[in-house]
Structure formats: structure tokens, C-alpha cells
Design a protein around this ligand. Structure first.
Ligand code: F3S
Length: 767
């Protein structure tokens, strides 16, 4: 163990390219003219444009936001172990010797939380050896920094090492915006988007609108940064941030710690925001210095107005939160936007019939495991210990990284938590991503309530039990409530009876923003970062593996129209990326396209059979959707999917596009698409089309024969032109013509013609 050096040896390599960004920023200001005041988000995003001059000329900020497509050159990529597999398999097929921008891999999602770090970590490493070996060998070969199992959770490590004011980073995880706590634009994406950045192709983003959150006053007592975002989620709902970057500003910002701001940005994902960020503050500077990056703080200080919004910046929406009046909140169950102020939570329990008993408390994770969080928790535990109290229910602690764990160990905070019965889990996602094996007797189907300081609380997310009600709160509130074992206990006003019979009431928690003696690096064997590419390294993918398989490129688009396609399934109602590519046990096959394809569309409701995952073949036999797709693929029958509104909503999960393509699909015809999925389909070489007349949905049925009219011309003309579909009814032989619409840009048409965006990238890379 050793202390983090004053200036980390990698500090220089991890400094954002400030000179280049400042130069671009000057161009942005010149092109937009003095009449345009800019938000911080716009300054950073536009300064990452591949060609700011061409993109912004003749426009003003209002015509850009929400309209323009931006081609961006990002500074860095971070990938977690589950999503990195497909990202790397795709990158490998481009044939490049190294990544174009610095990148890192983090082994965190595949580690269970059960008995504690010492037992869980070695077992998880054993169980996932093949995947970790693959990731490590790919990291060595391509010069990607590799954070081995036990080193910590991606977002915490990014905050400690990579995020910096003005940086633009893509991460293959939805909570990547955590890095906004250090004034960076960090966006969660799928693997194919990450590959754009890794091969130096510009990454396309529709210019987000900007949602301003003005913070006034100062947090006090029990209120924490977590309560800012729990409150905001209640105001905005899970969709309220869609299409927006959330930009915090106002005097209240100055009193927040850097890690507190990271918590707020982390959970911006819960309101659907593209990302969230804060302006550069003295607390960011302190955090950079404490993590061995003082020189970055100096450069950020010298960057002047680049790292804060113009005083006259305008926001598309504005919300004000007074921190002085903010009280703790508890959000849930089952959705992060069901927000209840603590003072009203007792009534909410009665009104909703929620359990009054608490069954477990879990703190930490990528969201809330900072030094400040944990020392404030320690102060609660110390108070309880002095009163002779012990936790009434299981209490788990997940440190976000080895650095924070080792520092808390040195400063005896972990001792305090453990002596109170807390179980210290591995520095990994564990219970936050369903890797929590409960040993408290609660079985699947048992209704019970848990409190966590994590960020998400979808049904079954933590323990796989759909009847576990997961409520979100600050780590301080979770910890205090563990001592009463009751959901209707309000630690800010209620008392607990001590063993000696007196009444004990908690005082508000107190903690330290940063460790007085600096951070500890911890067990260095846990993170051998290998930053120098070694082309000789063999990337380990066993041909007999069931979990990993090298990707074969998809064939290019034929030089003709598509004829004699058949309708595989006509989907009725909601069809999210979960319906198209389910998670859960299928997570194990994320690196094996053939095997994971067995879950393709298994959640989709077939309008013909009125049953989920049940389709009918030409001979009248009923089968599953993936099975029919495979049968048709074998016979050379091309196919399409017909669907209703917002097809592919939910996430950037690229498997939802990769799998139908792999199984021989070529078109999805829907009433409308979720934007990210529509782009993902095009990236994988599929053609998303929408009905011009939605009622035409009724004209087309499973197994009908479909031939495109004008599709090849439209693609060859860079996305110009219309496409019709000629339908021959399977039952009557009758012919019909359906008008469709599309949103193809020139680049996207080229992706499809090449067979996939990746094929095009590979071609460009070889040229
Ligand atoms: Fe991991 Fe949960 Fe964070 S899965 S990355 S700890 S949201």
C-alpha cells in the first residue's frame, strides 16, 4: 500500500488537450458571433466538433439545439466488462493496431456480492476467467488501460483518474455522466458508438437542448447531494431529461463537494438526460489535487471562461432548487422518480400499503461511496455504537474503488462499519446489478423492502426478486434506518430505545470532504494498467467458447432491391430493447452473438397469435421467434419485423440491432422508432422504415411477401428518395403497395450499403 503521489505519473497523459480545445473554442465564438451567449455544455461540446466552422456557420444557438447533427471527436473512451466485450469484438474486426484515443476497461459488473470481498472476489474471478482473460489480452494488444477485478467500479475510477474539466468522454455504461462531477461531458453509449471513437471516426450526436438547474443556498443537516437528484427526479420524471444536457449553476454549486456533484450527475441517467455537468469549482480543484492531478487543476484554472457558462446563457428549461430548504428524500419503489420527502414518507407507507419493516440496507456503489459519504456514515455508526445500538437488519457496504477502500481502511472508517456488523463487499457493482445472493431467508416472491444508496431501483434489479421493493436514499439515511429496522422511522425526528431503556436520537451526520492524509493507492496488483500496445499479444477467444466468439463481418447490401422478404413477426404494443434482447441470464453471452441471439424478440407480443414469443411457420407449425428466424436464415429466406410505436425504446443496447441482423433480418417497419435504436439498426446494416399511413399496419401480416421499391436507389443516392413496399398477401395472393418514410442521412446510407457501419470503418481503416 502506498499514498497517491502528489503528481500521478500518468497525470500528463490524462490531461485533456486544453490547447486544442481552447483553439476550437475560439473558432466556435468567432463563427457564432458575439450575439450568442453559451452554456458550459455548449462550449465543451462544440469545442469537440470535428469541423466547428462548417457545422456552426450561419446558425445561432437556438437553431442548433435540438436540431443540428454534430460530428464530434471525443477525447477518451471507458468500457465496463459486460459491454466491453462486444465493443472490443467490433473494434478487433476493423484490423487497427491500436485505439485512436486513450481508452480503459473496467472489470466491475461480473463480481457477486454475497459473503464479503475476500470470498466473493476470487470466486467471481474464477467463474468469469475466460471473459477477464479476453479483456486483459485485448487491452494489452491495443494499448488500453486495464482495471482488473477488484480495482473498482468504472465511474468511480474514471472520476479518480480520467475525468477532468472540459473533457469529452464516451462510456459504455448508462451512468457514465458521473464524470460530470468534474466538469466533463461524459456520455453513456453502446459499443458501436464507442468503436467510432476508438477508430477516430467522428461520433454523431443530435445537439441536445440544455436544461438549467439553478442551485441556491447551502445544504445543511441531513440533506445531501443525493437529495438534490432524488428531488429533481421527482420533478422531472424518468423521461423529463430526454434530449437534454442538465447543466447545474448558481451560487449553491460552490458549496458542493466534487464527489457530491458526481453523485448528482450519475443519477441524471435516471431522468433520461444525455448527460449532466457542473462548472469548474474550487472543490473540483481540491479533488484533482488529492487524486494526484494538481497540474490539471492549474490548467483548468487558466482556461478562463471556457469552463463556465456565460452570464447571459439561456436554458431551454430552468428549474431552481434551494439547497437550504431541501430535506432528505426517499424514492421508490420500482422507479427512481417516485419521490417522497422524508417528512411525508410515513404517510406514503400507510397510503400505499408498503412494508413497514426494512429487510436490508445497502450503501456505496458507483453513486455514493466517496470519502465524504463514508465518513458521514461513520459519524452515524459512532453515535449508534455509543448509544449501545446495533443494526437490526443486514447492512452491506460497497466501496466504489480500491483507492477509496484502502483510504477508508487506513483511516479506520471500515473498522467502524465492520464492527457495527457491516459486510464490506468487493469494490464492484455486486448487488447494484443483481449480483446479490441474499442469505437472509428472503426468497423470490417474498414481499419486502430494502433501502439502498444506489441509483436504480427497477423491479428485481438487486436480488432478482420482483417483490423486493427497492427504495433509494442517501447513505446517511439508509444507515440510520438500519438501526431501527423500520421503514417508517424518520431519523431526523424519531428516537430509538437503547438497551438501557433510554431514548436515543441521531444528530445530523458530519464528515470530511477529502482525507486529511491523502488517498491511498491500495493493492496495486489489482490494477495493472498496461498502456503500451503490444501487437504480438494474442487475444484469447477459444473457438469452443460458449461466451465469446469472434465477429464475422455482415455481407454488404445487394446491388438490387430486396425481394421476397417475409414478415417474421408482427409485433403488437410496446417493444423495448428488453423485449428485443432480454438481459438477466443472457448477460453471460454478451460476447457471443450466436448464443445471445437465442433471446431475440422473445419478449415481443405477436399480433397474430396474441402470445409472446410464439410465431407460425409456413407449414402452420408454432415455434419461438429466434427459432423461426434461424429456420428462415438456413433456407435463405430474408425477413422483416413489423411493429407499432417507439420500437426499441429503453436503452442503447446494441445487441437489439445486432441480433436481428445476425439472424437474417433486413428491415424493421414500425409506426415510430426510439431514436437511439433507429440509429443502432442503421449502424448494423438494417433498414428502419416507418408507415406514412399508420393504418397500413393493418394491411400487412406475418409471412406476407415483401419486395422493396426504391430502397436501393435511395441508399445509393445518399439517403435521398422514397421507399415503397410491395406486399403480396400470403393467404390470398393479393398485391398492395405501402408508402414508407425514413430518416437516412448520407453517412447512414453508406453504412447500410457497406453491410454495417463497422464494415465501412474497417474499409476506411485499411485504405
Ligand atoms: Fe455498477 Fe450499479 Fe454503478 S451496475 S456501474 S454500481 S449503477
Amino acid at each position: 500500500a502506498s499514498a497517491i503521489p502528489k503528481v500521478h505519473p500518468n497525470c500528463n497523459a490524462r490531461t485533456p488537450p486544453y490547447e486544442k480545445l481552447q483553439k476550437n473554442y475560439e473558432t466556435v465564438r468567432r463563427v457564432l458571433g458575439s450575439g450568442n451567449s453559451l452554456t458550459l455544455a455548449e462550449k465543451i461540446v462544440y469545442s469537440h466538433l470535428e469541423n466547428p466552422e462548417a457545422t456552426l456557420s450561419g446558425k445561432d444557438t437556438s437553431s442548433i439545439r435540438g436540431n443540428a447533427y454534430l460530428k464530434l471527436k471525443v477525447d477518451r473512451v471507458a468500457m465496463q466488462d459486460a459491454s466491453a466485450q462486444m465493443a472490443l469484438l467490433q473494434f478487433m474486426s476493423c484490423g487497427l493496431p491500436t485505439t485512436a484515443v486513450p481508452a480503459s476497461i473496467h472489470c466491475d459488473h461480473m463480481i457477486v456480492g454475497e459473503k464479503g470481498a475476500d470470498v466473493d472476489l476470487p470466486e467471481s474471478i474464477k467463474g468469469n476467467k475466460e471473459i477477464f482473460d479476453f479483456l486483459e489480452s485485448a487491452a494489452t494488444k491495443y494499448g488500453i488501460e486495464f482495471w482488473a477485478p477488484g480495482s473498482g467500479i468504472i465511474h468511480q475510477i474514471v472520476l479518480e483518474n480520467y475525468s477532468a474539466p472540459g473533457l469529452m468522454m464516451l462510456g459504455t455504461d448508462s451512468h457514465t455522466p458521473n464524470g460530470g462531477g468534474l466538469g466533463a461531458i461524459c456520455i453513456g453509449v453502446g459499443g458501436a458508438d464507442a468503436v467510432d471513437a476508438l477508430v477516430d471516426a467522428p461520433w454523431e450526436l443530435k445537439a441536445p437542448k440544455i436544461l438549467g438547474v439553478r442551485l441556491e443556498g447551502k445544504l445543511n443537516g441531513w440533506a445531501t447531494p443525493k437529495d438534490v437528484i432524488l428531488n429533481l427526479a421527482g420533478q422531472l420524471t424518468v423521461r423529463g431529461g430526454t434530449g437534454y444536457i442538465v447543466e447545474y449553476h448558481g451560487e449553491g454549486v460552490q458549496s458542493l463537494s466534487c464527489t457530491g456533484m458526481a453523485t448528482i450527475c450519475n443519477m441524471g441517467a435516471e431522468i433520461g438526460a444525455t448527460t449532466s455537468l457542473f462548472p469548474f469549482t474550487p472543490s473540483m480543484s481540491r479533488y484533482l489535487q488529492a487524486t494526484g492531478r494538481g497540474p490539471i487543476a492549474e490548467k483548468a484554472t487558466a482556461a478562463g471562461d471556457f469552463l463556465s457558462a456565460d452570464s447571459k446563457a439561456e436554458y431551454d428549461k430552468l428549474i431552481t432548487i434551494n439547497l437550504s430548504e431541501l430535506e432528505p428524500h426517499i424514492n421508490g419503489p420500482f422507479t427512481p422518480d417516485l419521490s417522497t420527502p422524508l417528512s411525508k414518507f410515513k404517510d406514503a407507507i400507510t397510503d400505499n400499503g408498503w412494508p413497514t419493516d426494512l429487510s436490508a440496507g445497502l450503501i456505496g456503489s458507483c453513486t455514493n461511496s466517496s470519502y465524504q459519504d463514508m465518513t458521514r456514515v461513520e459519524s452515524i455508526v459512532n453515535q449508534a455504537r455509543e448509544a449501545g445500538l446495533k443494526p437490526k437488519v443486514d447492512f452491506f457496504v460497497t466501496p466504489g474503488s480500491e483507492q477509496i477502500r484502502a483510504t477508508l481502511e487506513r483511516d479506520r472508517t471500515l473498522d467502524v462499519l465492520e464492527s457495527a456488523g457491516g459486510v464490506i463487499l468487493a469494490n464492484a457493482c455486486g448487488p447494484c446489478i443483481g449480483q446479490w445472493k441474499r442469505t437472509d431467508g428472503v426468497k423470490k416472491g417474498d414481499s419486502n423492502a430494502i433501502l439502498t444508496s444506489f441509483n436504480r431501483n427497477f423491479r428485481a434489479r438487486n436480488d432478482g426478486n420482483p417483490d423486493t421493493m427497492n427504495f433509494l436514499a442517501s447513505p446517511e439515511i439508509v444507515t440510520a434506518m438500519v438501526y431501527s429496522g423500520k421503514m417508517d422511522f424518520d431519523p431526523t425526528v424519531d428516537s430509538i430505545q437503547t438497551p438501557s431503556g433510554s431514548n436515543f436520537k441521531f444528530s445530523p451526520p458530519e464528515g470530511e470532504e477529502l482525507p486529511q492524509n491523502g488517498f491511498e493507492a491500495g493493492r496495486s496488483t489489482f490494477f495493472p494498467a498496461k498502456a503500451t500496445p503490444n501487437p504480438q499479444t494474442e487475444v484469447v477467444v477459444s473457438p469452443s467458447s460458449t461466451r465469446l466468439a469472434v465477429l464475422e463481418p455482415f455481407p454488404p447490401f445487394p446491388k438490387t432491391e430486396l425481394s421476397d422478404l417475409r414478415v417474421l413477426v408482427k409485433v403488437r404494443g410496446k417493444c423495448t430493447t428488453d423485449h428485443i434482447s432480454a438481459a438477466g441470464k443472457w448477460l453471460a453471452y454478451k460476447g457471443h452473438l450466436e448464443n445471445i441471439s437465442n433471446n431475440t424478440l422473445i419478449g415481443a407480443l405477436n399480433a397474430e397469435t396474441d402470445a409472446v414469443n410464439t410465431v407460425v411457420d409456413f407449414d402452420g407449425s408454432k415455434t419461438s421467434i429466434p427459432d423461426l428466424a434461424r429456420r428462415w436464415k438456413e433456407k435463405g429466406v430474408g425477413w422483416l419485423v413489423v411493429a407499432e410505436w417507439n420500437y426499441g425504446e429503453g436503452s442503447a443496447r446494441e445487441h437489439a440491432a445486432l441480433q436481428p441482423r445476425y439472424l437474417g433480418g433486413s428491415i424493421v417497419l414500425a409506426k415510430s422508432f426510439a431514436r437511439i435504436h433507429e440509429t443502432n439498426l442503421k449502424k448494423q446494416g438494417l433498414v428502419p422504415l416507418t408507415f406514412v399511413n399508420e393504418s397500413d399496419y393493418d394491411l400487412i401480416d406475418p409471412r406476407d411477401q415483401v419486395t422493396t421499391v426504391g430502397l436501393h436507389d435511395m441508399l445509393s443516392n445518399g439517403g435521398q428518395g422514397t421507399v415503397q413496399l410491395e406486399i403480396v398477401k400470403e393467404k390470398t395472393g393479393e398485391k398492395k403497395l405501402i408508402q414508407t418514410a425514413h430518416t437516412f442521412s448520407k453517412d447512414q446510407a453508406e453504412w447500410v450499403l457497406a453491410g454495417s457501419a463497422l464494415n465501412l470503418l474497417a474499409k476506411m481503416a485499411k485504405a
